[in-house]
Design a protein around this ligand. Structure first.
Ligand code: 3AM
Length: 191
């Protein structure tokens, strides 16, 4: 199974991004379907089905880590990676804890999957693949994505292209940090 962790992009936001793309960067080649929009946190590569339970247990633990908290990303910039020819939109800045979440998930590619690559984390939504030269957008992107769940997706290649199927998801629920209880009043204190 070819797996990756990502944030889903909910349907109404995906449609808004698709509309913006049509208006601002109407390229003819290889648009990613709006149904496939997502923000990858960590790509795992091939994971054998018998490791899935252990992988999910690990993801569950991570979903309770102190940095695993809901948040939002402002998709306010567009970028282009020439080698894969990817045109994307993403945030210029993102919460530290969001980067920590991606960093915690990244090593699972090595432990459970086939992915051994480097981590160069830039949260992004891929809009086009195999794009030969980067176009300029007429209007910059301006989208807010609220996130609250970590999702494990399977990438499935079919006749009509790739599609991403949700395998499992976990709410981001950092466990509260334990603090010492209220101090008992000292003997001499007034009631
Ligand atoms: O659409 P994005 O870029 O967010 O780029 C691939 C896609 O994310 C990434 O995993 C997501 C689902 O396919 N991906 C695929 N192959 C990859 C690889 N070999 C990869 N990321 C890193 N290395």
């Amino acid at each position: 199974m070819r797996l990756f962790f990502a944030l889903p992009v909910e349907a109404s936001l995906a449609l808004a991004i698709e509309h913006w793309r049509k208006q601002n960067i109407p390229l003819a080649q290889s648009p990613v379907p709006a149904a496939n929009f997502h923000i990858t946190l960590a790509f795992l590569g091939e994971v054998s089905a018998n490791l899935l339970d252990a992988l999910c247990r690990r993801a569950e633990e991570i979903s309770h880590a102190p940095f695993a908290q809901p948040g939002q990303l402002h998709l306010d910039t567009m970028g282009y990676w020439p080698k894969p020819g990817i045109l994307w939109i993403g945030p210029k800045h993102w919460p530290t804890r969001f980067g920590q979440l991606a960093s915690a998930l990244f090593p699972l590619g090595k432990t459970f999957g086939s992915h051994r690559g480097k981590q160069n984390f830039q949260p992004h939504v891929t809009l086009y693949r195999h794009c030969e030269s980067p176009p300029q957008a007429i209007m910059p992107p301006d989208f807010l994505i609220h996130y609250s769940d970590l999702v494990l997706f399977e990438s499935i290649n079919g006749k009509s292209g790739v599609r991403y199927q949700e395998c499992a998801s976990w709410p981001l629920q950092a466990r509260p940090v334990r603090t010492a209880g209220p101090r008992r009043p000292g003997l001499g204190s007034k009631p």
